[in-house]
Write a protein that binds this ligand. Structure first.
Ligand code: ADP
Ligand code: MG
Ligand code: MG
Length: 897
């Protein structure tokens, strides 16, 4: 049998069979739009008759150097015959012409990426026939000029402005602002002018043959697959380039046939909040893109109930049916022609992070989906976005009071963004890539602007509504966005905008609130959102907790960090860095005295002074984590980090010598000498971590004493403490054999002194490849492992992170030398293999070895999945990432059941 390139909407069963019965396969074959038009037809939703040319045909066409594959065109012609039978009209017939639209549609929806041509089939002859049929010359010539215009721009590549300028001129001439005020003769005249424009630009006439129109339009859709903006979008959205697009040929229905007709777009739930209400806009007596383009002021969807009650009731019914069928929030397009409702598209609706979470939770509660599906439907990035900073309410109020509020528009995509204004996408991208925070400001956005929108921290437009291009793209990528701020007047030539009497020039600061829809001049401080108020998220995460196997702990150095982490659901502290405590103002001088002490006695004295500070810190953390484990890392950095900068001291000494100042000179010289004596050519690999503890055990002995004094004190107050003492940077088991028994002895002494026993562990941080490779030996002493994946990555790659990120890592990632930044996502093959080996070898020695991760990777979803796969007990991340990690751990567990 010859290849089948064309499927009528009613042939969805056949399409399904050809791909083995799998709906994803149907979507791959027909594209999302085509598959859903066919599916709606199957379940009895009114869709105008039509057919889909497959994505395979598109790929075949492009591969063959822009040649239709054999049999395709014949099949398209046959399908047209079938549509003629279904509609009782004839393509190209002067008496009763069939008109169709030609629409692109890839597997994944790419809003506005590839263009649609409406009214194909109109020519000078059929237009006359249509006039007789409809008795509405104005309508017909409006449709005809639209065809010439769309065909001219989309298919023939003439710039849209060539047509729009003429239209604007005519309106100006007539002294009118709205298209609806143009007469039949105006449209007729424009149709002729537009045809002339085609001739001028292309050197040939607008094709009168409807089949020629169909053929060229089909080809144009195929070719648009590799159009620049489509390629850019796919790169940004990580969509494969070899999927191809389907071509959908759909019988035209007209929303511009009078006031019993209309067109609209709607979401079955509110895409901003997730609330279970219809959300959308429509226009009576309008066609196609009029609603999205924001040319006329649209009406809210519920007003349709008053305008056209019957069609509205049917529409509400269909929306419910579609949600039940797809078990997902839908984004639909519809047209009403003389009171008769037609559905032109449905797809899973894009939504904000907040809405994604609410919809998932609601649908599970409604019984439409399972809790597992609800958990899977919310992306880790949604949780991240939701917990992003918002503006400080007081600061915002104050800014408003000071007259800094420029405008209020539509709150299209939530979140607060602060940045400098850039008035075009290229500049936004340039500045954004250069590390500037940018707010991109445009009258409206187009698909060509996507690269700038992605590089911007926020987007502001003066035109368009909640379903405009800017709004849709911003929501998808989680960029805060305000659209339709009509009080803002943008002067692109002078590179400035004016609103509320304030002029903002390019490069000046702007703050936009995508949650409320406001824009302010200047920088407004932001605050973290309140987790406890996000009830849907809390519910969803409680479901996620039932699925995940990995525990989620947090890295926290201070009691309030620990308490916050616990509020986010942390089940332990995976890393408490003690050295942060050394840097506090009143403590640093003591620390320095300790380091510089010349005698054992002097050092012990300083350490004794530090002990109560440390003990106090630990008491707070143990209290906050009552009942949960707390891993405290003993001192890790090289000592010189606690001393003043060598150059500063040197400069001071030189200055004093030059000026002949003797006051304090001797001390500074002594300090300089001490610093110089500690100089290491590569401190990262020098005397730090366990090495420092072995050479200078006084510090860690003090720390362990402080930890156990704190633990015992708290235990005596009824707090359940579980200290775990972590020795950093072990490379050889003998290091642990030297230091750990000394520390265990102190622990026991303190507990004896305090007359209380607490549960405790001694373990090590695994951050040196040798420790991974000899993990069986290390585990003979260490009772737990915690991967310090930052150092482990540095040591495994032989990169110093700061140098790598500043110099070559970006290039490596951009050029694909590395698939991703290994400091953000665990390099599974290299670093990951070492980790896996460490877990296996460690557990071979000590079967109940507790294993976790405390590097930044502990908050990265992909790395969390890996930690799940190698059977770690927990991941530990920054407190703010705990909710993200809880969800990511559940995703990993469900995915790898
Ligand atoms: P996009 O993917 O950009 O939304 P569409 O193919 O959905 O492009 O079409 C663009 C506009 O034209 C939409 O408003 C759609 O509803 C309208 N449209 C497409 N086909 C028809 C048709 N056969 N009759 C009436 N309107 C149509
Ligand atoms: Mg559409
Ligand atoms: Mg380290």
């Amino acid at each position: 049998m010859a290849d089948k390139w064309v499927y009528l909407f009613e042939e969805v069963d056949e399409a399904e069979k050809s791909v083995g019965g799998d709906w994803e396969g149907v979507r791959s074959l027909l594209g999302g739009k085509g598959a859903n038009l066919a599916e709606m037809t199957r379940i009895g939703v009114p869709v105008p008759p039509g057919f889909t040319v497959t994505t395979q045909a598109c790929n075949a066409y492009l591969e063959a150097g822009e040649q239709f594959p054999e049999g395709m065109w014949e099949q398209e012609l046959a399908a047209m015959k079938r549509v003629e039978e279904q509609t009782g009209k004839k393509f190209g017939d002067a008496k009763n012409p069939l008109l169709v639209s030609c629409r692109s549609g890839a597997k994944f929806s790419m809003p506005g990426m590839m263009d649609t041509v409406l009214n194909i089939g109109l020519n000078d002859e059929t237009a006359k026939g249509m006039v007789e049929l409809t008795d509405d010359e104005r309508f017909v010539y409006d449709a005809y000029r639209r065809l010439v215009q769309m065909f001219g721009s989309v298919v023939l590549g003439i710039s849209d402005e060539a047509f729009e300028d003429v239209l604007d001129e005519l309106k100006e001439e007539r002294g009118i602002t709205s298209d609806t005020d143009l007469t039949a003769d105006d449209w007729k005249e424009l149709t002729v002018t537009f045809q002339k424009i085609v001739r001028e630009h292309k050197g040939f006439d607008f094709p009168q043959d409807p089949y020629e129109q169909l053929k060229l339009a089909t080809e144009a859709v195929f070719k648009s697959w590799f159009g620049k903006r489509a390629v850019d979008y796919r790169n940004a959205a990580k969509i494969a380039h070899d999927l191809g697009t389907g071509v959908n040929i759909v019988t035209m229905v007209f929303g511009n046939m009078g006031w019993e007709s209309g067109t609209g777009v709607a979401f079955t739930r509110d895409p901003a909040t997730g609330e279970n209400v219809l959300y959308g806009d429509y226009l009576l007596n309008a066609q196609g893109e009029d609603v999205v383009a924001g040319i006329r002021n649209t009406k809210k969807i519920d007003e349709l109930g008053a305008d056209l009650p019957e069609a509205y009731a049917q529409f509400v019914d269909i929306c419910g049916k579609l949600e039940q069928h797809y078990r997902e929030m839908q984004d639909v397009e519809f047209t009403i022609e003389n009171g008769k409702l037609w559905m032109l598209q449905t797809r899973d609706g894009k939504r904000t992070a907040k809405a994604a979470i609410k919809i998932a939770v609601d649908m599970a509660d409604e019984g439409l989906i399972s809790r597992e599906e609800a958990v899977l439907r919310v992306k880790s990035s949604d949780v991240d976005t939701l917990l992003h900073p918002q503006f400080d309410m007081d600061a915002k109020g104050q800014a408003a009071a000071e007259g800094k509020r420029l405008a209020k528009g539509v709150n299209a995509s939530p979140g607060a963004a602060v940045g400098v204004v850039a008035f075009d996408a290229d500049l936004a991208e340039e500045w954004g890539k250069g590390g500037k925070d940018v707010i991109m400001v445009r009258p409206f956005t187009k698909p060509d602007d996507v690269h700038g929108m992605l590089a911007a921290k926020g987007i502001l437009t003066s035109e368009g509504g909640a379903t405009s291009h800017a709004a849709v793209v911003a929501r998808q990528f989680g960029v805060p966005c305000v659209v339709g701020a009509s009080d803002v007047s943008i002067n692109l030539e002078r590179r400035q905008m004016t609103a509320n009497g304030v002029v903002v020039k390019e490069g000046e600061w702007l703050s936009i609130d995508g949650t409320s829809g406001e824009a302010f001049v200047g920088q407004i401080p932001t605050v973290e959102p309140k987790f406890e108020e996000e009830t849907d998220l809390i519910t969803l995460l409680s479901w996620a907790d039932e699925f995940r196997r990995l525990q989620v702990w947090a890295n926290a150095d201070y009691p309030d960090d620990a308490a916050r982490a616990r509020g986010f659901g942390a089940q332990g502290i995976g890393l408490c860095r003690t050295e942060h405590m050394f840097f506090e103002e009143e403590r640093l001088p003591i620390v320095q005295r300790m380091i510089l002490a010349e005698t054992e006695d002097g050092r012990d004295k300083a350490l004794a002074e530090l002990l109560p500070f440390q003990r106090g810190d630990f008491e707070g953390i143990f209290k906050a984590m009552d009942g949960l484990p707390v891993i405290i890392r003993l001192i890790d950095p090289p000592l010189h980090e606690f001393l003043p900068n060598e150059r500063d001291v040197l400069e001071d000494v030189i200055e004093k010598r030059v000026k002949g100042e003797t006051q304090g000179l001797a001390e500074q010289e002594e300090l300089l000498e001490a610093i110089e004596s500690m100089h290491e050519s590569n401190p990262m690999m020098g005397m730090r971590g366990v090495r420092l503890s072995i050479i200078m055990p006084g510090i860690v002995k003090m720390q362990v004493r402080a930890i156990f004094e704190a633990a015992c004190n708290m235990a005596n107050q009824g707090v359940a403490v579980k200290p775990e003492i972590m020795i950093p940077l072990t490379g050889h088991v003998n290091e642990l054999k030297v230091i750990q028994p000394q520390l265990v002895k102190i622990a026991k002494d303190v507990m004896a002194e305090k007359g209380v026993e607490v549960e405790y562990k001694f373990g090590t941080m695994i951050e040196i490849p040798r420790a991974c490779v000899t993990a069986d030996e290390v585990a003979s002493v260490a009772e737990f492992f915690s991967f310090g994946t930052n150092d482990l990555t540095q040591m495994t790659f032989g990169y110093s992170r700061d140098d790598a990120e500043a110099r070559f890592l970006l290039t490596y990632v951009e050029d694909g030398i590395l698939p991703q930044n290994p400091f953000q996502t665990i390099d599974r093959n290299g670093v990951g293999s070492l980790m896996k080996m460490a877990v296996e070898k460690g557990r071979a020695t000590r079967s109940d070895l507790e294993v976790g991760i405390c590097g930044e990777h502990g908050g990265d979803p992909d790395s969390i999945e890996f930690c799940h796969l190698i059977n770690q007990n927990y991941v530990s991340c920054s407190p703010f990432r705990v909710p993200v990690a809880r969800l990511a751990a559940a995703h990993a567990a469900i995915k790898h059941k």
